[in-house]
Design a protein around this ligand. Sequence first.
Ligand SMILES: *[C@@H]1O[C@H](CO)[C@@H](O)[C@H](O)[C@H]1NC(C)=O
Ligand SMILES: *[C@@H]1O[C@H](CO)[C@@H](O)[C@H](O)[C@H]1NC(C)=O
Ligand SMILES: *[C@@H]1O[C@H](CO)[C@@H](O)[C@H](O)[C@H]1NC(C)=O
Ligand SMILES: *[C@@H]1O[C@H](CO)[C@@H](O)[C@H](O)[C@H]1NC(C)=O
Ligand SMILES: *[C@@H]1O[C@H](CO)[C@@H](O)[C@H](O)[C@H]1NC(C)=O
Ligand SMILES: *[C@@H]1O[C@H](CO)[C@@H](O)[C@H](O)[C@H]1NC(C)=O
Length: 734
Amino acid sequence: MDSRRSTSVVLLLSFLCLHCFQSSLLRVDASSKLYIVYLGEKKHQDPNVVTASHHDMLTSLLGSKEEALSSIVYSYKHGFSGFAAMLTESQAAKLAVLPDVVSIKPNRYYKAHTTRSWDFLGLSNSQPGGLLEKAKYGEGVIVGVVDSGIWPESKSFDDSGYDAIPPRWKGVCQTGDAFDANNCSKKIIGARWYTGGVAPEDLKGEFFSPRDFAGHGTHTASTAAGGLVSNVSFHGLGAGEARGGAPHARLAIYKACWGIGISCGGAALMAAVDDAIHDGVDILSLSLTVFYEMPGTLHAVANGITVVFSAGNDGPAPQTVSNAVPWVITVAASTIDRTFPTVITLGNSRRLVGQSIYRPLELNNSFTELVYGSSCDANSLNNTDVVGKIVLCYALLEVSLPNAVSNVVNAGGVGLIFAQYTVNLLENVNPFNGIPCVLVDFEIARNIFTYLETTSNPLVKVSPTTNVVGNEVLSPKVAAFSSRGPSAAFPGVLKPDIAAPGVSILAATGNGYQFNSGTSMACPHVSGVAALLKSLHPDWSPAAIKSAIVTTASVVDAYDLAIEAEGTPRKLADPFDFGGGHIDPNRAADPGLVYDIDPKDYIKFFNCNLEQSDRCDSAEGSLYYLNLPSVAIPNLKDAAVSVSRTVTNVGPENAKYKAVVEPPPGVKMTVEPPFLTFNAHNKVETFNLTFVSTRRIQGDYTFGSLTWSDDENHSVRIPIAIRTVIEDFYSDTA
Ligand SMILES: *[C@@H]1O[C@H](CO)[C@@H](O)[C@H](O)[C@H]1NC(C)=O
Ligand SMILES: *[C@@H]1O[C@H](CO)[C@@H](O)[C@H](O)[C@H]1NC(C)=O
Ligand SMILES: *[C@@H]1O[C@H](CO)[C@@H](O)[C@H](O)[C@H]1NC(C)=O
Ligand SMILES: *[C@@H]1O[C@H](CO)[C@@H](O)[C@H](O)[C@H]1NC(C)=O
Ligand SMILES: *[C@@H]1O[C@H](CO)[C@@H](O)[C@H](O)[C@H]1NC(C)=O
Ligand SMILES: *[C@@H]1O[C@H](CO)[C@@H](O)[C@H](O)[C@H]1NC(C)=O
């Protein structure tokens, strides 16, 4: 009863705010822009009082209550205090100097970035005693997904067999276009949507409701917590059982990303996070890129919510990782043990293999003429007759695959063979499922080119794609597109934290299933594992869950060989590619020790780094003192640097651990004490790590690790990245 009352208040308020926004478009000064005003911790428990204080602040700024009501778009009042409002630059400047205002920033827009992947992670459905079974498939855990909404009819969200909604749930089912109250269920237990501050062009054709227009949100939600659906495939490819990481967890949907471009406004994202804190989610999954920091996420963590972000798709260049704040889990993308070989037969019967997702409805068994199209930009095709032919294209920086495809199709071509260095973005060929589009490496392209040059009537035939699964596929590898560290925003925090499958992931979109790649797909894998860990260890903090995931990750593949990172060139993966390594859910269930963090420590860091950056050079405020399951020291000079860490025993009561040190090359590293003993009275131990540079080199990062091992199979490993510097102000650009 009580919860129902607060529910209707919340609904009412959000409708009011929508209304405010619409009328504000008509009324406010034309030079007004949407600003996000962040006020830190809320000063009252009652959300109505918090909102009233926002109205008061705006009333005294704007002169009347009416103006205040027409300028405010969102009031953040559950997890933290703040608001989004239409303001002129000078009004924003006046607010900025008020003592209660922590920060004020213009609204920005951000981009949103299975069958096989869970078996590959050892979370197979049939494995007795594994994490999936121990965690009861995530029962009782609520996963919040902030994304482009949901397609409730998908089989992945069938709620048959679910118990009643947990009574602690305080969310709502906000209805709208093609989405009524019945669209929520015992699986999708809540859904909300946020149009405030969204650009009008992103709302064109959209459902004004939680219904997913772009398909991205349905894909990520089904990857994190989709139920079991058997016999799923994309035109026969990737066939198998589809399910999310925590298939019995409940889903709460927050639609804050809009349009075909999946654009997410900062003001709307903060409103979603604020509501998610109020509603009672356990895990928040955000497959989108936010630069620097979104204040709401820290309050979510302080409220016990594990927040998982994708690292971004801007790799393989360094310093591209986003969402690098220390309190979230930042996820890199890796490949799985599945490929999609597609046979190309030349007129001389030679067979070569590329990669595609080519499943024609009707088989074309005859050969087609083959022609060379150079880079396949519009100009290079002008003087070549490609009508009715398959075109060989060479990737150049300025021609992307989709461009090449549209150029070839516009010129009358019927297919293409595209030579490029691997970028792991196979489903780019998906939309062109009608015509063959095969990716090949430069060596195979060279063979085809030689045949073309030496034959008077070159012919080619493309066979439908098959798929290969299992140990013969070298995997995992960090995907080429996965964004890399170090973090430009916070070099003292090692990012990304972890890698998880994110290449050619089959999951729900609309009523069907589709392949997608990106760190967007990797993120919900970690959200699903976090949900299982939360179900198994309800008392673990978000920092403990993250620590368990990072310290048990694998840095080798099934053959014990070091994991590689795709890129130019391919190399062995280091912590800036995959943080602790590749996620190993079963080991994360029993990590032995965890590096726990009191959320107040983040706030200390947050105030220091974001609001008073000039006052934080003291060792006191240094980021590397935060008890993270990693160490990043971006400026090791002549003097030794010591950092301390505290570990909490979550394994058997009596335990003895020994330090195994792998120092970064060029750095001497010592651990004091090198042995830790735990018993009934002693569950927490602190140790010091000291680093001394053994050479004077400017601006070079090297990597190492510290592993605590006991004699019961626990091995608690943290990655270490250290850059030695001579001069203080050094820029790593040649
Ligand atoms: C969702 O609601 C729409 C009407 O708004 C209805 O047509 C559809 O069948 C519902 N879907 C489910 C899964 O209940
Ligand atoms: C799976 O689906 C395909 C077609 O979609 C069908 O031919 C096949 O019989 C199904 N298999 C099972 C085990 O249901
Ligand atoms: C398929 O076959 C016909 C000849 O029967 C040919 O003209 C056509 O270009 C072929 N190739 C493709 C990719 O459609
Ligand atoms: C090639 O064709 C395109 C469009 O048909 C045209 O814009 C372009 O100028 C042409 N380029 C050359 C080099 O003829
Ligand atoms: C760690 O270093 C601090 C400061 O240098 C020192 O006070 C503390 O005793 C050391 N702790 C251990 C366990 O060595
Ligand atoms: C140690 O781990 C391996 C692999 O994870 C497992 O097979 C073995 O049973 C474990 N041994 C003990 C003593 O827990």
